[in-house]
Design a binder for this molecule. Structure first.
Ligand SMILES: CC(C)(COP(=O)(O)OP(=O)(O)OC[C@H]1O[C@@H](n2cnc3c(N)ncnc32)[C@H](O)[C@@H]1OP(=O)(O)O)[C@@H](O)C(=O)NCCC(=O)NCCS
Length: 171
C-alpha cells in the first residue's frame, strides 16, 4: 500500500531520478539539511512502510507574499499594501519510472491535506503557492484549479477557500 511520510535516513535518496537535475539534487543534498534546520519539510512516497525506494516527494515551507502579486479579483478582498502569510509547495517530483500513474496527484492531494490540517490547528494563510518550472508543468497545476499570479504566469496559487473544499482531482 502506498504511503507518504517524512523523509528520513532510511530512504534511498540517491536512487531517485525525476529527470530534472535541480530537483534530484535538492533531494540528495538539501532536503534533510533544510528539515534539520526547520526551514522546510519533505515528504516521500514509497510502496509500503518498509520500502526505502522513493517514488516521489514534495517539500513544504511557509513564506510571506505581497498582496499585489495576486490577481485583482482576489487582491480586492484583502487588506491593501499588506504582506500575507502563505504556504509554498517548494518542490514536487515523481521518479521517471512512475510518472503519469497518478502519483503526482496523490502527492499534491497529500500536501493540501497537511496544509489544511496546519491551518485549522495553528494559523491562517492566503493560499498555497508554487513556481512551475515550465509551461508543461504549469498545465499540470492548472488541472487542479491553481490560478496564475499577476505578471508571473509560471507562479500559481491555490486560494485558501479551494484548499479547504478540496482540490479538483479524480483519483
Ligand atoms: C510534474 C509531475 C510531478 C507530475 O506527476 P505525475 O505523477 O507524472 O502526474 P499524474 O500522473 O498525477 O498526472 C495528473 C494529471 O496531470 C497531467 N500531467 C501530468 N504531468 C503533466 C505535465 N508535465 N504537463 C501537463 N499535464 C501533466 C496528467 O495527464 C494527468 O491528467 P489526467 O488526470 O487528466 O490524465 C511529474 O511528471 C514530475 O515529477 N516531472 C518532473 C519533475 C517536475 O517537473 N516537477 C515539477 C516541478 S515545478
Amino acid at each position: 500500500m502506498l504511503i507518504i511520510r517524512p523523509l528520513d535516513s532510511v530512504h534511498n535518496r540517491a536512487g531517485f531520478d525525476c529527470g530534472t537535475i535541480p530537483l534530484n539534487d535538492f533531494l540528495y543534498k538539501t532536503a534533510a539539511q533544510h528539515r534539520d534546520k526547520g526551514l522546510s519539510n519533505t515528504f516521500v512516497l514509497t510502496d509500503n512502510e518498509s520500502s526505502a525506494d522513493i517514488l516521489g516527494f514534495f517539500t513544504l515551507s511557509f513564506l510571506e507574499v505581497d498582496v499585489s502579486v495576486l490577481p485583482p479579483d482576489h487582491a480586492r478582498r484583502l487588506p491593501k499594501s499588506s504582506r500575507l502569510p502563505a504556504a509554498k509547495l517548494a518542490r514536487l517530483a515523481v521518479d521517471k519510472r512512475c510518472q503519469g500513474k497518478g502519483y503526482g496527484s496523490i502527492l499534491l492531494a497529500d500536501a493540501v491535506k497537511r496544509i489544511v490540517a496546519t491551518v485549522k490547528e495553528s494559523g491562517g494563510i492566503v493560499g498555497l503557492f508554487v513556481d512551475a518550472k515550465d509551461d508543461t508543468v504549469r498545465r499540470f497545476y492548472l488541472n487542479f484549479g491553481f490560478i496564475p499570479l499577476q505578471d508571473a504566469p509560471l507562479s500559481l496559487f491555490l486560494p485558501l477557500k479551494v484548499l479547504l473544499t478540496g482540490i479538483e482531482m479524480s483519483l
